[in-house]
Design a binder for this molecule. Sequence first.
Ligand SMILES: Cc1cc2nc3c(=O)[nH]c(=O)nc-3n(C[C@H](O)[C@H](O)[C@H](O)COP(=O)(O)O)c2cc1C
Length: 408
Amino acid sequence: MAETRIVLQNCEVIDPGDIATYIERDGFKALDKARKMAPEEVISQVKASGLMGRGGAGFPCGVKWELARKAPGNEKFIICNADEGEVGTFKDRYIIEHDPFGLIEGIAIAGYAIGAKRAYIYLRGEYHFLLDLLTGACDQARQKGYLEGLDIDLREGAGSYICGEESALMDSIEGKRPEARYRPPFPPSKGLWEKPTIINNVETLMNIPRIVSNGASWFAEMGTKESTGTKVFSVSGDVQRPGVYELVMGSRLSEVVTELAGAKEVKMVQVGGASGGIVPASMIDTPLSYETVLGSGAITVFNKTRDVIDFVYRTMEFLSEESCGKCAPCREGTEVMVEILERLTKGEGVQEDIGVLEELSNVMMLSSLCGLGQSAPTPVLETLKYFRNDYENRIKQSVFLRALRGIK
Ligand SMILES: Cc1cc2nc3c(=O)[nH]c(=O)nc-3n(C[C@H](O)[C@H](O)[C@H](O)COP(=O)(O)O)c2cc1C
């Protein structure tokens, strides 16, 4: 199984500290080409490519850009979401570390297309070590004249998972405590400081120069009908070769997990981060796309020695800790789930636990304010779907032991 390196084409090839090595490989030619096109034409190319946001939600990129372009007002912003707080996701770090110029070129094209004069790169706080590299890359691009009409400002993340959620991220840039905002209004009409704003993931923006250079149909021909192009995956867990891999959309999960990363004795795989979908070993040939499972592209492999309920308990502990606390369904719901799951792991579960987990999941998905609470129940529901016996057996054991001890 071979990778298809499009987003990663320059990684470990160019010198990330020297813009000349990027220019030698046709760097910034896409920006030159874009600037000769009308901004609307750039947007229609991105729309026609079918590029969907790579940060997890999978929203069509060109549609978002068009909304921001058409939004009234002269002051508009681009934000590159490099917060990468998603559990098991480290692809954006790899991209920035190895090809910062590709990202800057993507941001510059996005700025031109929507009419933004200022861009922010919101860099995960723990990626402080990349700050000098990124600052140096921006300086070099500016000195070479590639950033005419666009200021790029680097902001370090405030260190919590919610900071990657786009509305909380804007609060953080504005100097507020990051919390999810009520929507509508959506960022393309009212975002940062209530101005039209586009927020895109690092990988999404990396695709832009490729689309402008090679054309929308070249891009749209790769992948599946709904999921075009390639996807960069961060693979970790019980594998022999953890790392970052880029494959055409629609590739099978087994190609990444077993063929490339060398996993053995797989029990299940979580795709898309802490609240991502669960794929049991029997479904390892599932294609990876927005139609099936994808999210941020985190792939975490669990082998047969792993305890499913312990995994769900620890995941929920993380989500509960990281809930911003603004809405009750997420704040209280994740907390109650932690209590139940902790009881289950300690062998103190009761018959009603499964039903309560399911009911609570539905409420949280329907009524939470942002993606954190809406998707937090996914690992619970998906493990209940594929590993229900593990839950039932654990509860049966608890009930039996309590009966033996004479406890109700
Ligand atoms: C709790 C939470 C954390 C998120 N973290 C990130 C992140 O670290 N990076 C990212 O690109 N998107 C993250 N997202 C998704 C963003 O809200 C948003 O959809 C994305 O940045 C949009 O860019 P895209 O359309 O290019 O994917 C997160 C969402 C939620 C709910």
